[in-house]
Write a protein that binds this ligand. Sequence first.
Ligand code: AMP
Ligand code: ZN
Length: 470
Amino acid sequence: MEKLFLFNTLSRAKEEFIPLETGKAGIYCCGPTVYNFAHIGNLRAYFFEDILKRVLLYNGYDVKHVMNITDVGHLVSDDDEGEDKMEKGASREGKTVWEIAEFYTEAFKNDIAMLNILPPTVYCKATDFIKEQIDMVKCLDDKGYTYKTNDGVYFDTQKFPEYGKLALLDIEGLEEGKRIAFSDEKKHKTDFALWKFSPKDQKRQMEWESPWGTGFPGWHIECSAMSIKFLGRHFDIHCGGVDHIPIHHTNEIAQAEACTGEKFVNYWLHGEFLIEEKGKMSKSAGEFLRLKTLVDKGYSPLDYRYFLLMTHYRKKIKFSFENLDAARNGFQNLKNRIKEIKSAAPQQSKTLTDEALKYKTKFHESINDDLNIGEGLAILWDALKDSALNDLDKVLLANEFDEILGLDLNKIEAEKPDDVPEEIIGLANKRKEAKAAKDFKLADELRQLIKEKGYELLDKKGGEFEIKPL
Ligand code: AMP
Ligand code: ZN
């Protein structure tokens, strides 16, 4: 097996990936809180995890990928204060919390499918594993890591000497600021809720009995409990966005390691943020960009995937429509180039020449160097432009690299004499996306437009279609 290097937030260094079990990789990725649609920044986090998973698969690992769906307990503030995001979403829309969760879970799955993100092996909803979460709080309680306040059961971070090792937190500095920062019954600024009590005068839509009183789990406990359930007490890789380093993942480590007494995770990987001109993209700020917003403006989801591919996951990306336009043009040029090559060499080769193998090796080295996919994309371009390579090699390389890129390059077909014009194909693809996004009004309008231009669309299974001249 080739050596694979990943940047581990725990050590702040690139380390060789050595799995716990030869040939296998267990990864846990913090999933969405399903109280609203995902914005395109959230989708960047799942895209980075998709590249990680594809690189592991490319290297021959048998990957078990677990993702949680947070449908309870994620409070608006990271300080365990404020409303539950789910209950807030439900009252905003006049629906039950359960309906909100189901609706936005489906919307999330739809978004990631449109971006060619491979679905996880296991999706686990927090509300399906309340017992496991209570058991973990009991374990921490038995070992003396907890204390009770009026509003819940808290983890006493001073009892876990390694607290903050992931974030390299300055605990003393945080403690100094504590009188200004908070004034509840928490003993230390960094302590966090394991179990919150339902308000005395109010019945929550989601609440459960526990040994400490009726209530609901703190947000962090679900990830420790469910990752251990599906991947074991000690597993290979845990990932999420960089915002998870100082609190969520720091707390996950504390709970898990305090309870099991062993190391929780070997490699922690974090994806940087997508930012806008005005700063961080956030849902609480009101208007936010969804994948569907981009589709409505005429971009394909894969234009956005190409845009994301150009930047390393540990660098910030500034989103602007100019940058997205540039990515769309680059992607269109790539598709055109591959179409030309396929048209010139319609049959497929099965083996690469030595000259092409050098490109394959370089590509593999790049992706194994902490997922340097931007360099991988540049290597594909170099190969396509290299006159020393024959067309059969180029097609084979593009198809192979697409196992990581996920741009559907293998679906590009050679030009046929009676080809339907690109414009019509573009409209039909847009309609397919509109249908996938359940925007049937737009889908009907596009079908009509295609008809006016002299073509008929015949729908097939799985959202595919055939285009015929009228
Ligand atoms: P949430 O649904 O809010 O829990 O967030 C889901 C995922 O999106 C988490 O892994 C976050 O770290 C990540 N995330 C949130 N905002 C951004 C952003 N602007 N860019 C990249 N990732 C983000
Ligand atoms: Zn998590």
